[in-house]
Design a protein around this ligand. Structure first.
Ligand code: CA2
Length: 151
């Protein structure tokens, strides 16, 4: 049987991870984060589709595509977290479990980062735990998918 698929979606500028602002986001690159997620997925017996885009429309389209192919979505929407009603609407429409991840603690930062539109569609939110937050999100999502299967 196919393993359940978890989409790990990353928004704008996350391709810069590890290359700029290490004091905020650390020195780990997005390629390292993908590897960390792949290792977690193997342990958890799930498959992942790890992607990054700088485009809001592309992110919305990827969320829509998840409807027919994924069991859950782990998403770091980058700055679209704080601005995108289109992304929120897509996440609500897709009707899948969603775990929102932020590398930094958005509540310790500028006031405009304290608001997340995406959280309204999220089962849970992990922030401020660095890139380890992705592994924790995958663990949480695997638990959610498992518990759905036994309901
Ligand atoms: O803490 C997070 O994961 C964020 O989602 C990251 C976003 C930011 O807009 C959110 O408020 C919080 C920014 C991602 C940009 O990442 C960069 C990494 C290195 C250099 C420049 C940007």
């Amino acid at each position: 049987m196919d393993l359940p698929l978890i989409a790990v979606l990353n928004g704008p500028n996350l391709n810069m991870l590890g290359l700029r602002q290490p004091e905020v986001y650390g020195r780990t690159t997005l390629d390292d984060v993908e590897q960390l997620c792949a290792q977690s997925a193997e342990r958890l017996d799930v498959a992942i589709d790890f992607r990054q885009t700088n485009g809001e429309g592309e992110l919305v389209s990827w969320v829509q595509e998840c409807r027919d192919r994924a069991a859950g979505i782990v998403i770091n929407p980058g700055a679209y977290t704080h601005t995108s009603i289109a992304l929120l609407d897509a996440l609500l429409a897709v009707d899948l479990p969603v775990v929102e991840v932020h590398i930094s603690n958005i509540h310790r930062r500028e006031p405009f980062r304290h608001i997340s539109y995406v959280s309204k569609a999220a089962t849970g939110v992990i922030c401020g735990l660095g890139v380890q937050g992705y592994a924790l999100a995958l663990q949480a999502m695997a638990d959610i998918i498992m518990s759905e299967g036994t309901r």
